[in-house]
Design a protein around this ligand. Structure first.
Ligand code: R5P
Length: 302
C-alpha cells in the first residue's frame, strides 16, 4: 500500500507530508515521489476581488510538513503565508522556497529603500527554511529560522556534460555568477570565464568583453536567474562576435518575464536550460533529488 493510500484510508499520521502551493506543483510532486511520502492535495482559488483562498484538506493529521512553494509573484508569496498558516497544527513545519523572489533587493542601494528580501524573509515562520541558489547568501540570516541555500550546480553540470558540446566553455555574464559557474564546471573538466556587466535599467545591461577564448567553441552562459533575458542577449551577441560556435543559455531560476524567451532565441541562442525551481517549459533539470535528500531518514513512520 502506498503512503498516500495509508494516509487516506487510515488517516494515519505520516512523519512527513509534502504540501505545495500553486507555483511548485511539479517539483513538489517529484519530491514526494522521490521520498515515497504523502503529497497533500491543496486547493486554491481567487475571490472576485482578487484575494486568494487556500485550504489543505486533511492537514490536521500530519505531524511534519514540508511546504514547497516558490515565490516568483506577490500572489505566490501570499499563498506561501497561507500554506504556513494552514499547517499550524503540525508539530514541525519546514518551508522550501525553491525560488525566493525579491532576493535581489538584498540591501539598501539608495537611501530610503526597503530591503525587500529582509521584509519578506522576516514574515516567514518555520522550523527550518530551505531555498535553492539564493541570489545572495547574505539574505539567509534574515529568516528567523535556520535557513540553507541548496546548491543545484552539480545537477546543472551533469546536464551540461551530457550535451555533447564541442570544446565547451561555461561563461558567467558577471562576476556575481562566477561562484555558480565555477562550482558547475568543477569535476567536469570544462573551462570557465566571466564577463563584466553593468546594469543600465531593469531590462538593459551592457557587457564588457574580457576577450574570452571562445572561437570555434560551444559556450554555455550560466546565471542564477534569467528574468528579462537582457543579460543573456548582450552576452550572446558578444560571444558570437568573438567567434563562439554555438551559444546556450542556462540558469537555476527561469523567471523569464515578458518576451524573454523570444529575445534570447532571436539573439542566436541554440537552447535554454533551467531547473524546475520554477515550472517552465525549459525546466529540464530537476532539483527534486537534492531537496528530497534533506528529508531522507525523516520519512520513517514514528
Ligand atoms: C542579477 O544580478 C542576476 O544574477 C541576473 O543576472 C539577472 O537577474 C538577470 O536579469 P535579466 O535576465 O533581466 O538580464
Amino acid at each position: 500500500m502506498s503512503t498516500d493510500q495509508q494516509y487516506h484510508e487510515y488517516g494515519m499520521k505520516t512523519s512527513i507530508s509534502i504540501v505545495s502551493g500553486p507555483s511548485s506543483q511539479v517539483l513538489a510532486g517529484r519530491i514526494a515521489r522521490t521520498l515515497g511520502c504523502h503529497l497533500a492535495d491543496t486547493e486554491f482559488s481567487t475571490f472576485p476581488d482578487g484575494e486568494r483562498y487556500l485550504r489543505v484538506p486533511g492537514i490536521d493529521s500530519c505531524d511534519h510538513v514540508a511546504i514547497v512553494q516558490s515565490t516568483p509573484t506577490d500572489s505566490d508569496y501570499i499563498s506561501l503565508l497561507q500554506l504556513i498558516d494552514a499547517c499550524d497544527t503540525s508539530d514541525r513545519i519546514d518551508v522550501v522556497i525553491p525560488y525566493f523572489g525579491y532576493a535581489r533587493q538584498d540591501k539598501r542601494f539608495k537611501d530610503g529603500e526597503s530591503v525587500s528580501a529582509r521584509a519578506l524573509a522576516q514574515a516567514i515562520t518555520a522550523d527550518r527554511v530551505f531555498t535553492v541558489n539564493i541570489h545572495n547568501p547574505d539574505v539567509l540570516p534574515y529568516f528567523d529560522a535556520p535557513a540553507t541555500s541548496i546548491n543545484a550546480a552539480p545537477v546543472v553540470g551533469e546536464y551540461i556534460a551530457s550535451m555533447k558540446l564541442t570544446d565547451p566553455m561555461i561563461i558567467a555574464p558577471d562576476e556575481g555568477a562566477l561562484d555558480l559557474v565555477q562550482s558547475t564546471s568543477e569535476n567536469l573538466g570544462i573551462g570557465f570565464d566571466y564577463m563584466e556587466k553593468t546594469r543600465i535599467s531593469g531590462d538593459e545591461v551592457s557587457i564588457k568583453t574580457k576577450e574570452p577564448d571562445v572561437s570555434g567553441r560551444d559556450v554555455v552562459i550560466l546565471d542564477d536567474i534569467i528574468s528579462t533575458g537582457g543579460t543573456i542577449v548582450e552576452t550572446t551577441l558578444l560571444l558570437k562576435k568573438n567567434g563562439a560556435r554555438r551559444v546556450f543559455a542556462a540558469c537555476i531560476h527561469p523567471v523569464l518575464v515578458r518576451n524573454a524567451v523570444l529575445r534570447i532565441f532571436a539573439a542566436g541562442v541554440e537552447g535554454i536550460i533551467a531547473t524546475d525551481t520554477l515550472d517552465r517549459s525549459v525546466s529540464v533539470v530537476t532539483v527534486a533529488q537534492l531537496i528530497a535528500n534533506i528529508f531522507k531518514g525523516e520519512t520513517i513512520k514514528q
